[in-house]
Write a protein that binds this ligand. Structure first.
Ligand code: F6R
Length: 241
């Protein structure tokens, strides 16, 4: 793992955007694995600025997102499809037909997961996978478990994740309890992985991810086994290492 120390959130975002921009410049028809959550928002803002300045062209880029809440439509402003449109896709020249997010409206979980695995297979490999880190070490919505997940799976969200997400919903009762997520094996299949982490509240879990044992109890610890992982974390997130 290569760990890059950023001064603060803005610096982390600028550095992460630089890695993604370099990927698009070096391979304009690349496949980007994308994440939602609060951490990558600044990264997406930076990429939009680079696009607006004429420095980036997304026209040939394909994207596959990590996850989606089960039961939320693309029009629901808490869905991850909405998030991606709002923070990135609506502001750059990416072809929306080449942007992929699991289908939250598919009620048949087996079908939703098989369909998304087929999409991941059809793009012939993710060049760069962007990840955020959950407080319990989750990546995508792969929560602590007895074994690492493989392909796309339907997960029941833990209390900690529901608590972390409820700030975005009118009430806790509105927070979806299940989600579709790309599996750990699919994430590990990406050629390069970029993990962005910010804030003192992530310092303990980031230490476990980087320095602790590889265990499905800390799903992100599996990244230690990937040959090309860059962690960009701010000083607060690195304060326990
Ligand atoms: C979202 C995702 C999640 C988040 C994680 C951290 O697509 O994959 O694993 O990256 O929950 O979320 P934030 O960045 O809001 O702390």
């Amino acid at each position: 793992m290569k760990v890059i120390r950023a001064k603060d959130y803005a610096d982390m975002s600028r550095k992460a955007a630089a890695v993604i921009a370099a990927q698009i410049i070096m391979k304009p028809d690349c496949v980007l694995g994308l994440a939602t959550g609060s951490t990558p928002i600044g990264t997406y803002e930076d990429l939009v600025k680079q696009y607006e300045a004429g420095e980036l062209d997304f026209s040939q880029v394909t994207s596959v997102n990590l996850d989606e809440y089960k039961g939320l439509s693309p029009e629901n402003d808490q869905s991850y499809r909405y998030f991606m449109n709002d923070h990135l896709f609506n502001h750059v020249n990416i072809d929306k037909a080449k942007t992929n997010v699991p289908d939250g409206l598919e009620k048949d979980a087996d079908k939703a997961c098989a369909d998304y695995d087929a999409i991941i297979a059809s793009v012939h490999g993710i060049d760069l996978q962007l990840l955020g880190l959950g407080h319990n070490g989750h990546i995508g919505f792969n929560e602590p478990a007895d074994s690492f997940s493989k392909g796309t799976n339907c997960v029941s969200l833990t209390k900690s994740t529901i608590d972390a997400n409820k700030r975005f919903f009118a009430s806790e009762a509105d927070v979806p309890t299940q989600a579709y997520t790309m599996g750990c094996a699919s994430i590990m299949g990406a050629k390069k992985i970029l993990l962005v982490v910010s804030g003192r509240d992530k310092a303990g879990i980031l230490k476990e991810v980087i320095c602790g044992p590889v265990t499905p109890r800390v799903p992100a610890s599996i990244l230690q086994l990937h040959p090309d992982v860059t962690v960009i974390a701010d000083e607060d997130a690195l304060s326990e290492i």
